[in-house]
Design a protein around this ligand. Structure first.
Ligand code: PMP
Length: 363
């Protein structure tokens, strides 16, 4: 252990949402509802299933190493050039690739308190210094993040919406910030939950790249597209940044099924619209419950709601588990009084609300 970089010794392994099978095995209960990993409750769209089924017989061959068709599909849909796109095994993979390409152990990387845990992870893995800037109203304090920039700063992570808080920055606030970030710093705008933001509120982030070449934007197929299990994400950047990342990328970091499923998912507008609408209704359902029980929550722009349950949150998590509902503790995000609940189908949200109501009533 003494051989490890000091930053790595500080890290804890990534804590994923508890898998359904594990809870079934450990507690011997069935019909588990998992609202713990911000997954899409609609499952996999029929168009994706059909595309995947047609691909199985081709799996003996290596995938297209350059992801030609998926890059083209992303470029067509979002009006960018294929040379701006970097593909990865989930957007976590492209975030790590970016850090490995641009950050050295001498550098500093800025992110917000309560920000997604992969930012400190990819920073410390290369021995760089992570600067966690205290949050403002659970979200990014952009002024304080700017003030934290030094000559050593190489990257600033901004998640919009943020996970696990669901906080959101307006396009005006975001652009004013981006315009003031010095050119030696890359701004990593993580838009994993982009599709859940109403169109009128979305930032024209990909179009900004032309004006701000130090801006990179990451997105994922894990949420609104319903493909968390396949691992697929991408980054859009200036072509020169994508070119550098491509030089150190693992060959075949995107598998053939992921390429195929992502293309089909990208084009399945009906499914995305349904995902967004199920999320909107489910969010209203959870908010109504919180209001009824006077539970404070952080207003969320994502597919999850982070609810303040008080200092007994760990106990509450266990009680929910025993009632067959898996949610996500967020104490590791310096939110010891909160639990994060992903938005599910109406009956799954009901299961959470009923279990929670029983616990609050002392049962
Ligand atoms: N960014 C944020 C803010 C997230 O919440 C997540 C998923 N938890 C990711 C990135 C990574 O998603 P994936 O690797 O599945 O694309």
């Amino acid at each position: 252990a003494r051989l490890a970089l000091p930053g790595i010794r500080e890290l804890q392994p990534y804590q994923a949402g508890k898998p359904i099978e594990e809870v079934e095995r450990e507690l011997g209960i069935k019909n588990i509802v998992k609202l713990a990993s911000n997954e899409n409750p609609l499952g996999v769209s029929q168009k994706v299933r059909d595309a995947l089924a047609a691909k199985i017989t081709g799996l003996a061959r290596y995938p297209d190493a350059n992801g030609f068709y998926l890059k083209q599909a992303i470029a067509d849909k979002f009006s960018v050039k294929p040379q701006q796109v970097t593909l990865g095994n989930g957007s976590n993979d492209v975030l790590e690739l970016l850090a490995r390409t641009f950050v050295t152990a001498e550098n500093e990387v800025i992110y917000a308190q309560h920000a997604f845990v992969v930012y400190p992870l990819v920073t410390k893995a290369i021995g760089a210094t992570g600067i966690a800037v205290p949050a403002k109203d659970y979200g990014h304090d952009l002024e304080a993040m700017l003030a934290a920039v030094t000559d050593k700063t190489r990257m600033i992570f901004v998640a919009n919406p943020n996970n696990p808080t669901g906080t959101f920055l307006s396009k005006e606030a975001l652009e004013a910030f981006i315009a003031r970030v010095p050119h030696h710093v890359l701004i990593v705008l993580d838009e994993a939950y982009y599709e859940y933001v109403p169109e009128s509120e979305r930032a024209p982030s990909l179009a900004w790249i032309e004006k701000y070449p130090n801006l990179v934007v990451s997105r994922t197929f894990s949420k609104a597209y319903g493909l968390a299990g396949i691992r697929s994400g991408y980054m859009v950047s200036h072509p020169a940044i994508a070119d550098l990342m491509n030089r150190i990328r693992q060959p075949f970091n995107m598998n053939e099924l992921a390429l195929t499923a992502s293309i089909a998912a990208l084009q399945d507008e009906d499914f995305i619209a349904r995902s967004v609408s199920v999320n909107r209704d489910g969010m209203a359902q959870l908010i109504a419950f919180c209001e009824q029980y006077k539970l404070p929550f952080i207003p969320s722009h994502g597919n999850f709601l982070t609810i303040e349950v008080g200092p007994q949150s760990a106990e509450m998590f266990q009680k929910l588990l025993h009632k067959g509902v898996i949610v996500r503790p967020v104490a590791g995000y310096e939110l010891p009084n909160h639990l994060r609940v992903s938005i599910g189908l109406p009956q799954e949200n009901d299961a959470f609300c009923n279990a929670m109501a029983e616990i609050l009533n002392g049962q």
